[in-house]
Design a protein. Sequence first.
Length: 304
Amino acid sequence: MDTRTQTRLLAAIDANDGRLTIPGADELGLSRVTLKRAADAGLIDRLARGVYGRPGDGTASLVAAAADAGPEALLSYRGAGTYYGLDAIRPVRFEWSVPHGRRTHNPLIHERRRFEDLDIVVIDGVAITSVAQTLVDVATIEHPDVVERAVESAIRMKLITDAELRAFATQRAVSRQGGRRLRAVLELRPSDAPPTGSDDETICLQIYRKRGVPTPVRQYEIFLDGILVAIVDFAWPLWQFIVEIDGFATHGNPVAHENDLHRQNWISDTKVTFRRFNHNDVRYRPGFVHQETMIGLRDAGRPM
């Protein structure tokens, strides 16, 4: 790997609080193949699934930090969320849970009642709260919008299913702080609905909900002459209208650009009307996204 690419990788990691995810790398034009090759060469560390950091920030340092936190310490809250690579979680490499009664002044070490009831897994010698338990814990300290983004990413990465998470929230987390908020977030998504395709899509869905846009169908399949030609981000079938959120990967190379053009032509052939938005639109211009979507629905010819 050339020095320039290595420098870009390390700079990107530093610019993102020591944590670079695959979607974040895509936005910078760094492919997952580049990340894998850099990790295989020891130039960066794979901290967790789809999450990379500087060399020396991997499992060995995690084991050492766990030992320092105490023999019963569990990686949890944002620490576990960072490990799993969940969307929207502010990167915190080390945040622990310990049994209640163990005095500590470290704000990243939480004393937990019913510590023995926490759902845990052991990965590479480190005890970590399970994905479901992590989402319950995160719900105690984060806004529901953040929790929803984390939930969608967990299901998208196949770390847990919708059904498994609902069962945990209603059975294992009934009396847990955070359980109520997680259940409220799960009520926002249709049961067994496919996850959003990216964090930007989740944010767009939140924009629509808050601004009164009719609820779209996620990951909608479009057929032309009986052949599946596209799975689009959001669709309003009654209006024959769709919305696509374009990340960098959509146009990141000539092949992707060509495929995207063909795909758009096929969608146009079905007489479906659409709007397309990018990362900056969703993150920084929610009013524009709302306005253009409403105009698109109006112009699609169906009364609202």
